[in-house]
Design a protein around this ligand. Structure first.
Ligand code: EZ4
Ligand code: CO
Length: 402
């Protein structure tokens, strides 16, 4: 079963996506997500110019060998661009493997460990009352886990807080939006918001919060301590993930569970965090971390150290990544939770899918392969638009330096 065609499709049905479509001599196709938010065209080029030519004529059945060939053969290992490109190839080959076997991919990963995948929704608001209202709506819709983000008085705009309450789109401009940041203002405000969420809505659901890498270790330690009474499911990205020693300091001070790693692409990036048990949840996903093959290795290492998986699932991960993540989520033993931010109708028009939300969980169908595709004619109607993620400045105008 040779790979006979490899196409890179760039489109923007309400946001940018890069998709790889492979075709085999047996007449099957497979899709992979290669979207790297704000740097999309770099991955498109990496695939088009440097990977697709190597795929034509290769045996599409050899997923692991192809992974090793692309990872090691690239010489410049790791990094978000290369790992996203390899991820797309890997996903597409698993899709083809499933279709060849006429089985959903989770059956090839060992079968189901659970029937459905627990997800968390996103309640964000400019003010605390708005947050409370949206937490209520999510709970009414059956969500069992809700992430809460709130605007901070004195800071005009805050990452993760948007007008759209269903999904927020941080890559919102063709040059980066500049947000203001003050750890002092944030730390004096956010514990009260989480306290009022528990006061109004109780403890019978999982509550999550994302710091988006904006604190220093000692500030994060203080926050974790102050949030303990509100029993968070996790506190995400309290500090930037590249200074892993920072997590030792946070751990010494708080029992609030920690989640990290939506920007980390390889098992080696997680090694210290996992083996020293500095975190409780791994946040990377299929498309960030080299595909299903490599994500499973991260999950397996995490399993040995009592660390669970909580895959990233914001709207910049296409429905292809969401489907692939769900196959991993239902099959691994150490699943924790899956982030879920519904895509827009335009996105779903381009990416027909076979998963659905019900009772706080996402449910996979038994469709063979990943159970998701790309409608290329629809994709062609939504051309690429440059869009960047924001940056943070401190109140004195300095770029946020950590
Ligand atoms: O910043 O998806 O937990 N989710 C997040 C997201 C990420 C964006 C980056 O592309 O932090 O909002
Ligand atoms: Co995050």
């Amino acid at each position: 079963m040779k790979i006979v065609d490899a196409r890179v499709i760039v489109c923007s049905p309400d946001r940018n996506f890069v998709t790889l479509k492979l075709q085999t001599s047996s007449g099957l196709t497979g899709v992979g997500d290669a979207t790297l938010n704000g740097r999309e065209l770099s991955v498109a080029s990496y695939l088009q110019d440097h990977v697709c030519p190597l795929l034509i004529g290769r045996d599409g059945a050899c997923i692991e060998d192809t992974w090793q060939y692309l990872y090691k053969g690239g010489y410049w290992r790791g990094g978000p661009v290369g790992m996203t490109a390899i991820a797309a190839v890997d996903m597409a080959l698993w899709d083809i493997k499933g279709k060849t076997a006429d089985l959903p991919v989770f059956e090839l990963l060992g079968g189901k460990s659970r029937d459905a995948v627990l997800v968390y929704g996103h309640a964000n608001g400019a003010t605390a009352p708005e947050v409370l209202e949206w937490v209520g709506r999510y709970l009414d819709e059956g969500y069992r886990a809700v992430r809460v983000q709130c605007g901070v008085p004195g800071l005009q705009s805050t990452y993760g807080v948007s007008a759209d309450k269903r999904s927020y789109e941080p890559a919102d401009a063709d040059v980066p939006t500049e947000n203001l940041w003050s750890s002092e203002r944030y730390l004096s405000f956010i514990p009260g918001v989480l306290e009022s969420v528990r006061k109004h809505h109780g403890f019978d659901f999982h509550l999550l919060h994302d710091v988006h890498h904006r604190l220093r270790p000692i500030e994060a330690a203080e926050l974790g301590k102050r949030l303990e009474p509100y029993r968070l499911f996790w506190l995400e990205d309290p500090v930037p993930a590249e200074l892993q020693e920072g997590f030792r300091l946070i751990r010494q001070h708080t029992t609030t569970p920690l989640a990290v790693g939506e920007v980390l692409p390889t098992v080696w990036d997680f090694r210290t965090l996992i083996t020293e048990q500095l975190i409780d949840y791994v946040r990377t996903s299929v498309q960030r971390a080299g595909g299903i093959s490599h994500l499973r290795k991260i999950a397996a290492l995490a399993e040995l150290y009592h660390v669970r998986m909580g895959c990233h699932g914001a709207t910049d991960l296409s429905p292809v990544t969401m489907a692939a993540a769900l196959h991993v989520d239902v099959s691994i033993p150490n699943f924790g939770i899956q982030e879920y931010m519904p895509h827009t109708e335009a996105t779903y028009e381009v990416f027909p899918r076979a998963y659905a939300f019900r009772d706080g969980c996402l449910h996979l169908s038994d469709a063979p392969g990943l159970g998701v595709d790309i409608d290329e004619a629809a994709a062609a109607r939504y051309p690429y638009r440059r869009a960047y993620l924001p940056v943070n400045r401190l109140e004195d105008g300095t770029m946020h330096s950590w």
